[in-house]
Design a protein around this ligand. Sequence first.
Ligand code: TXA
Ligand code: MG
Length: 356
Amino acid sequence: MTRDRDNAAAQPSQGGMETVVLKWTEDNAGREAMRHAAELLKKGRLVAFPTETVYGLGADALNADAVARIYAAKGRPANNPVIVHVPDEASAAKLVGDWPSAAQLLAKRFWPGSLTLILPRASQVPDIVTAGGSTVALRVPAHPVALALLREAGTPIAAPSANRSTRLSPTTASHVMRSLRGRIDAILDGGPAVGGIESTVLDLSGPSACILRPGLISKAELEEVIGPVQDASRVVREGRKPMLSPGLMARHYSPHTPTECLEEGARERVESLKRDGRKVGLLCFGEPRAMPSATTQHAVLPADAGEAASGLYAALHDLDDAGLDLIVVEMPPKTAEWAAIRDRLRRAHSPGAELP
Ligand code: TXA
Ligand code: MG
């Protein structure tokens, strides 16, 4: 087992506890790291681990004290429930009152994978997991390290994204370290999370299926399996229902640096602010329409939405670390394939994007 504190040494400690990095590798040392991570979870401790979407901050989902530590470490509001990760469909079905046919069809098609299903909970799920609500969110992650950890721990693992509340989600162990060092017991480092953005959250607890958070699995893919699906952001926007999930809060996934998302004129905005002596970075997608000047800090993500998702948070973390006054984002097209990325970017947009 390797305990890598190099990265930690460079970061200021925030919480007072020592956060160890357990490196997962495909050998005995890696298996020992995995066992150690599982032991910590069984003792009620907090362990961040990779999933195929982003890193999660895990705790034993059946231990209310352990889950309470997640809320404390993240600074997460008590009204925001957490997702429970399980190794397979049978384990999910044990945590709900009833496992309906829509859940069966979706699980067969998309699990393991980045789809979270919300259903009425069974009584053994602690209140704190569901924020006192009557439903529980369930997901079987597709990452081999996450699945191995779930099997080794032998208990469902509650895990929100492993970042401080409202901040950018982490796609590497070092992103987790930056956000939560000193607040959690360990990070199981299994390399970068390649999916890049969080799972699609689908509510199956009401009369019609409703997407609470768009993700890598699209509305069209879900509709192929279970027929018509509603879109919560539209339902809420049109005033047909109040807020359905605290995760739909407008401000979420934000860099520390003021961030401005523009449908048009991003390049011009960058150049004009630079003329005023501002340090401005640009995030754009696809072939740059006009290459930003060499002196502009910039990140160009691929023209393919899936590939762009994979690098999205890392690009935002890098720009956030570059000591800029402002990050300008040139928004990708308003098409269905970009819906999840546009959703995350809209939430990263700072109100007014005031310059300091
Ligand atoms: O990809 C992912 O989903 C990652 C990885 C770690 O699995 N997890 C993640 O968790 O993004 P978190 O806590 O950052 O986001 C979970 C979302 C939140 O928007 C939360 O409000 C919503 O799911 N949620 C959880 N349980 C819910 C419930 N019972 N009812 C409604 N919304 C729920
Ligand atoms: Mg999150």
